[in-house]
Design a protein around this ligand. Sequence first.
Ligand code: NI
Length: 140
Amino acid sequence: MIPDALHIELGRRYHFAASHRLHSVKLTEEENRRIYGKCNNAYGHGHNYTVEVRLSGAVDPAIGMIANLADLDAFVNEQVIEPFDHHSLQDEVSTFREIVPTTENLCMEIFQRLKAFPHAKLESVRVVETSNNSFEYAGD
Ligand code: NI
């Protein structure tokens, strides 16, 4: 007999490709070059990002799931994949006109966009930028 689970977590992984240029409006040109190095080059560069989302909730006894993955996929597509995939983050995503599109900030922006998912509680967002770098945010 399986108990009624009130807290079970689900993880799902998504992918998108985007370009960014690390350039802070709070710094001078010289400071930007010194701090960000080649990541400050004028024409930017791209990454294949992986986004791992974790959500929690109770298992709905009627369907045996926390949330329908089709609903989650549709929400993530609308909030993150469509606006970000094959776009320039600082030129085409309004948040990053003023905020430097580091992967820390990207991770927090994705968390803000996904926390309104109506069928489960968003626990964390992890963004993998390269095989060496990843960032995770679970809200404050
Ligand atoms: Ni980069």
